[in-house]
Ligand binder design. Structure first.
Ligand SMILES: *Cc1c(COP(=O)(O)O)cnc(C)c1O
Length: 374
């Protein structure tokens, strides 16, 4: 048995929780507010400070954040929203939640990011918005998408669940679209267990998203207590998409470590690049003038299924991100989507492999993975 076979299982991603994260959570458990208290506001302010966005609305997960964004933009039945297929289903599901129709536009074959030309070709008189995904952590061509959105009078949503800490031409993810959405699931850069956030510079959109997370009610319990009153009104149909103070304390504590974690992810990605040179696993193309946040390290492999089995058989938690959304049975049945609709995403799907990447990994781990891919 080789060393590799005895090595512990290496997941494709995982959280890092330190004692100070635990202490931050315990402090909240002993405090007055377990939910929608000072730690929610603080986490929102911390993420705004990190990204440069003006308003942050923390919610219970990234999917709820996408739903809040699409709702706040006033998108509803009869409307269409352009989305890429190479993403998690939630990026398109949020459009269906609002009664509107997602229209799939193919990705660039090299980067697997939404291709602005394909997005333009998908625009119809019913199109209201574009949701673009910073796949794997690499920012999209936001200038091109902004120009396209402006030309057609569309809103722009960034599903940035992979790309917190990324930049496009020096501008930070969080400021590049009308609404930017983050997830704080444990596999993402920063975790709150479950959690998400909507960022925007538009105070009106922020107000609508904030109301939406609390049943469509304009004030929350803490605001009413502060004001010494009881009256509240529901002005919109919202949900209980609130996140707890317990979770947000964890989020703020984690966020302080993000710069170091991003640097570590970039180092490990560079180590993969070097270790895979000349192997049959080819990393995805990178855009110039961007800083990749490396949620995922994705390669294309000509015999992906064999490579996947070899990695898993040797304790390496490789994964595939993603089954193109338009190929899921639900979408095929509901929208009539089919193979051939997005050829670049479909061809990539047969070859892509996400290799383990998280800040707690070592260079030795990278070498171990790379050797299995020769
Ligand atoms: C994780 C993720 C989501 C959903 O986030 P949750 O917090 O799991 O609801 C949406 N879009 C993308 C691209 C994601 O990676």
């Amino acid at each position: 048995m080789s060393q590799d076979e005895k090595a512990p299982f290496l997941p494709y991603g995982r959280q890092i929780i330190d004692d100070d994260d635990i202490a931050a959570v315990v402090r909240v458990l002993r405090s007055d507010w377990l939910t929608t208290g000072p730690n929610v506001e603080r986490f929102e302010a911390d993420v705004c400070a990190f990204t440069g966005a003006n308003h942050g609305v923390a919610v219970c997960n990234g999917t709820a954040a996408l739903h809040a964004a699409v709702h706040a933009l006033g998108i509803g039945p009869g409307d269409e929203v352009v989305v890429p297929p190479m993403t998690f289903a939630a990026s398109a599901n949020c459009v269906l939640y609002c009664g509107a129709t997602p229209v799939f536009a193919d990705v660039d074959a090299g980067t697997l990011l939404l291709d602005p030309a394909a997005a333009e070709a998908a625009i119809t008189p019913r199109t209201r918005a574009i949701i673009a995904v910073d796949y794997a952590g690499q920012p999209c061509d936001w200038d091109a998408l902004r120009a396209l959105a402006d030309r057609h009078g569309l809103a722009l949503v960034a599903d940035a669940c992979h790309s917190i800490g990324g930049t496009d031409k020096g501008r930070k993810v969080g400021t590049l679209a009308d609404v930017t959405v983050f997830s704080f699931h444990p596999v993402k850069h920063v975790t709150t267990g479950e959690g998400g956030m909507c960022l925007t510079d538009d105070a009106e959109l922020a107000h609508r998203m904030r109301t939406f997370r609390n049943h469509g009610i304009t004030t929350d319990a803490r605001q009413r207590e502060k004001a010494g009153g009881w009256f509240y009104e529901m002005t919109d149909l919202g949900f209980n998409y609130r996140i707890t103070d317990i979770q947000c304390a964890l989020g703020s504590s984690q966020l302080g470590k993000l710069p170091g974690w991003l640097a570590r992810r970039r180092e490990l990605a560079a180590a993969y690049d070097a270790a895979l040179t000349g192997s049959s696993a080819r990393p995805l193309a990178r855009r110039a003038d961007t800083e990749h946040a490396y949620h995922l390290y994705v390669v294309r492999h000509p015999v992906r299924d064999e490579a996947f089995k070899r990695l898993r058989g040797n304790g390496v938690g490789a994964n595939v991100h993603y089954v193109p959304v338009h190929l899921h049975p639900y979408y095929r049945e509901r929208l009539g989507t089919h193979e051939g609709l997005c050829p670049a995403a479909e061809a990539a799907y047969r070859e892509i492999l996400s290799l383990p990447l998280w800040p707690g990994m070592s260079r030795t781990d990278v070498g171990r993975v790379a050797r299995l891919l020769d």
